[in-house]
Ligand binder design. Structure first.
Ligand code: SF4
Length: 470
């Protein structure tokens, strides 16, 4: 995708609506609700066995969720358990091991793993022996492929250099951490005080231990953020020079995450200032030579995500952008979501219930969605747009047996306004996002979301469901 992005504020204002982030399509809120048609969790082992038998040579992605954090950051939107109890972590690891044993019995473990990720919560809230135990219990069963992405999310406030060295010795080659904002006022307001020194120290340790890639997360839209203050944070981040940067818009969803009510909304930047903060940050990363992957992700030119973006081979799944082709993703742990054999599956989101279910019977799946042929078609179109900024009509036609302009006649009509606004080019053989279209790609992608269209027809506007696009 191209760099040098001009961001006209008038357009940003007009397109700042609520929309899904499309790590999946349909999004989890639109999974089948009709109990007669809904995915039956009891079928999950059969799905795993079918995926093991039908595609033994295809690589898998493997995600493990570790939900524990020592303290709650007020902006947090993740599934977390605030606990410092070692015993509780041991019980959780017992449960993950039971889940792994059940998974192994289906034969899916014979497929090689090309993308391996631990997220949370804070995986490094585990002790050194617990980290090693979890890693060994997975890799005793699953084989990690040569050159696989092996990544982990850490919190610099609780992660020791010893942990980072152990993770590197185990084979982790990528590390991701939240920064959000370095300004003291902002950090106090979100209850996440994390000094620049602490963050730099951990990144240095990761680099010295041989980790290939560092990702940092920033968030704009938080209390006390200003244009000048966030520019200072971006400047510091540019000096640290992480290989990847995610610049998220703060998702204020207090109806789902009640603790967010404890933040002072009056101190949050107004819509105008937020747009300035965002546009300034994009321009700064652009000037510093980062490749804009689209949505809210940047990478240095040498990073493999940038190379994949240039070659049009970027992919997207529940873990975000990846270079790994192949959709099937096995997920372990509380609340984790996977995609196996054309079906999305989520484990139960409550940690004590997960522990009881997994320890008792191995599996803890509680909901899911089996994709229809139309779901798969729309998923492919949306993800291609989100990953590679274009839709090749002929390849969609060949893969799905449709005539693009006929099947998507309604959508093409709907896209005339975004096309006139310069977000997307509607060409005979392809749809192509422009530079500003990369920033506003969710606004283009939603046009292909049939479930969202049906929601709107029912009078729901999505404001209480999805985060704002900007
Ligand atoms: S460390 Fe991360 S997961 Fe834990 S509460 Fe803070 S933002 Fe949420």
């Amino acid at each position: 995708m191209s760099a040098r992005i001009e961001v006209p504020k008038e357009l940003l204002k007009r397109y700042a609506t609520s929309a899904p982030r499309y790590t999946s399509y349909p999004t989890a809120v639109d999974w089948e609700k009709d109990p007669d048609k809904a995915f039956d969790p009891a079928d999950y082992p059969k799905r795993l066995a079918a995926a093991a038998d039908a595609r033994p040579e295809e690589a898998l992605s493997l995600y493990t969720h570790v939900p524990f954090c020592a303290e709650l950051c007020l902006f947090c939107g993740c599934n977390v358990q605030i606990s410092r109890s070692d015993e509780r972590r041991e019980r959780y690891l017992d449960a993950v091991e039971s889940e792994l044993a059940a998974v192994e019995a289906t034969g899916i473990h014979r497929r090689e793993v090309k993308q391996f990720h631990w997220g949370g919560g804070t995986p490094t809230s585990l002790t050194l022996p617990q980290l090693e135990r979890l890693f060994r219990s997975i890799t005793d069963r699953f084989r990690i492929a040569d050159g696989a992405e092996v990544s982990i999310e850490v919190d610099p406030r609780v992660t020791t250099h010893e942990q980072v060295h152990l993770l590197s010795d185990l084979g982790f080659n990528r590390i991701s951490m939240g920064i959000q904002d370095f300004e003291p006022d902002v950090q106090k307001a979100i209850k996440r005080v994390q000094s620049e020194e602490m963050t730099r120290g951990l990144i240095d340790a990761a680099r010295q231990s041989g980790m290939e890639s560092v990702n940092v997360d920033l968030i704009y839209g938080l209390p006390h953020q200003t244009r000048a203050g966030f520019a200072r944070t971006v400047e510091t981040v540019l000096d640290i020079a992480p290989e990847r940067v995610a610049l998220f818009h703060y998702a204020h969803v207090p109806w789902m995450k009640r603790h967010q009510n404890a933040m002072d909304i009056d101190a949050m930047p107004g819509a105008e200032e937020k747009l300035d903060i965002f546009a300034d940050a994009i321009a700064a990363f652009d000037r510093a030579g980062y490749v804009y992957l689209g949505l809210d992700h940047f990478a240095l030119p040498g990073d493999e995500l940038s190379r994949a973006a240039a070659e049009g081979t970027l992919h997207r799944n529940f873990m975000g952008y990846t270079t790994q082709r192949g959709r099937e993703m096995l997920s372990l742990g509380v609340s984790s979501i996977g995609e196996i054999d054309g079906t999305y599956v989520q484990n139960i989101p409550n940690e004590p219930e997960y522990v009881a279910m997994a320890t008792g019977g191995g599996f803890a799946a509680h909901r899911g969605h089996t994709m229809s042929a139309e779901d798969k078609l729309r998923r492919d179109v949306i993800l291609e747009l989100m990953c590679n900024g274009r839709i090749d009509k002929r390849s969609v036609e060949a893969n799905h047996g449709i005539v693009f302009d006929e099947t998507f006649a309604f959508e093409l009509k709907e896209l005339e306004t975004p096309a006139a606004d310069g977000l997307v080019e509607l060409l005979p053989d392809e749809l192509r996002l422009t530079g500003i279209g990369q920033v506003l790609m969710r606004n283009v992608a939603v046009v292909f979301d049939r479930y969202l269209r049906e929601r709107k027809a029912r009078g729901e506007n999505g404001q209480q469901t999805f985060s704002k696009t900007l």
